[in-house]
Design a protein around this ligand. Structure first.
Ligand SMILES: Cc1ncc(COP(=O)(O)O)c(C=O)c1O
Length: 191
């Protein structure tokens, strides 16, 4: 069998888990606050909020932007299902725009057409397999059309676009720390 992912954990992670267990604060606490601050700094973002997973982070971003019943969100059909089903979870309708076959990410021209045709309220761009979507073009479309822009950066920790970290282009962004992702949570100070 070929393993899909092979996360590397050593004594540092075991010690960090033990410290949290010993602290008795196993749901939330200072370690989570440190993680949020350090990950925000790593992304050069003003804030980061830890949620239970990437799906809940995307859902929270949609809710924070007041995307809900009757709204439409343009996204890519080529992604993990959470990109589209969090739009449904928020009560809105996913509208699929085609991808650019050279990048596998949203095609900007198709995205603009889809935003206009559906009178969309937001664009949810995915940085698929760590390759940033065309954020210059998508930011321009979002500004021109007056719609929110959300980045699904679940697969793109540490990726940059025009020298800027992903997660800082849209109104909100979501990352995943699922074990198959580019990065699993590490102890404070790791990065
Ligand atoms: C592109 C994309 N979006 C969202 C998610 C959801 O993240 P999670 O599995 O942490 O809920 C994933 C990963 O599973 C993903 O690959």
């Amino acid at each position: 069998m070929i393993p899909l992912a092979n996360p590397v954990f050593d004594a540092a992670e075991a010690d960090a888990v033990q410290e949290v267990l010993d602290s008795g604060m196993v749901a939330d606490g200072p370690e989570v606050r440190r993680f949020e601050r350090e990950f925000a700094d790593y992304c050069e973002a003003a804030h980061a909020v830890a949620t239970s997973n990437g799906t809940t982070a995307l859902h929270a971003a949609l809710e924070a932007l007041n995307i809900g019943d009757g709204d439409r969100v343009v996204t890519t059909p080529l992604s993990f299902v959470a990109s589209a089903n969090t739009i449904r979870l928020a009560g809105a309708e996913p509208v699929f725009a085609d991808i650019d076959p050279a990048t596998y990410n949203l095609d900007p021209a198709a995205t603009r057409r889809a935003v206009r045709a559906s009178d969309a309220d937001a664009i949810l761009a995915v940085h698929l397999y760590g390759l940033p979507a065309d954020m210059d073009a998508l930011s321009e479309i979002a500004a021109d059309e007056g719609v929110a822009l959300i980045e699904d950066a679940a697969q793109a920790h540490g990726a940059t676009y025009a020298g800027e970290p992903v997660g800082t282009f849209g109104d909100a962004a979501a990352f995943s720390f699922y074990p198959t992702k580019n990065m699993t949570p590490a102890r404070a100070g790791w990065w």
